[in-house]
Write a protein that binds this ligand. Structure first.
Ligand code: SF4
Ligand code: SF4
Length: 160
């Protein structure tokens, strides 16, 4: 995608996901909404050029995080929240897969149990589509590659 219009791209991505969530039921009942319980120094990593109406901070490593107080207007939550606990990983040929985000293995009780849980297939399909949209943009594709490596590393680390 030459000269990506990022605002339009993220609008399309949010629309693709719509109101879909990993389970047809509210998975927050499993864990009392553990993934929304950060503090003011933790947050959700923004995707390249993704804007957020939440407060954003830049970490020492140059990572942009959107920080919330555990509540938000769902229609404005960042992409990372919308796809959690999954991530669209990418292989060397550019093919997109939908994998558990092993970076969050300490937070989300569903990670490591995807064989036993019936996730909403429409949600998984939408996350794949999101990955395909992101992969058309150079910066986003590089981000997918980087996070794919991190997810592989954390998988080995946590043994999930
Ligand atoms: S931590 Fe996992 S199970 Fe809990 S609300 Fe978040 S996505 Fe759902
Ligand atoms: S922005 Fe919303 S969905 Fe994301 S962690 Fe905060 S409260 Fe949860």
């Amino acid at each position: 995608m030459a000269n990506t219009n990022y605002q339009k791209m993220y609008e399309k991505i949010y629309k693709t996901l719509g109101e879909l969530t990993p389970l047809k039921a509210d998975c927050g009942l499993l864990c009392d909404g553990a993934c929304c319980k950060g503090d003011e120094k933790t947050g959700m990593r923004l995707f390249p050029h993704e804007e957020s109406s939440l407060r954003t901070i830049l970490t020492e490593d140059g990572v942009r995080l959107a920080v919330c107080d555990g509540t938000c207007d769902r229609s404005k939550r960042p992409l990372a929240c919308r796809i959690f606990p999954f991530f669209p990983t990418i292989d060397e040929e550019g093919e997109i897969f939908v994998e558990e985000d092993t970076r969050a293995a300490n937070v989300c009780p569903m990670i490591g149990h995807s064989d036993e849980i019936l996730f909403d297939r429409k949600f998984l399909k939408a996350v794949k589509k999101v990955g395909e949209i992101l992969a058309e943009d150079e910066a986003c594709r590089a981000f997918l590659e980087q996070v794919t490596e991190e997810i592989d590393m954390y998988r080995e680390f946590h043994g999930v």
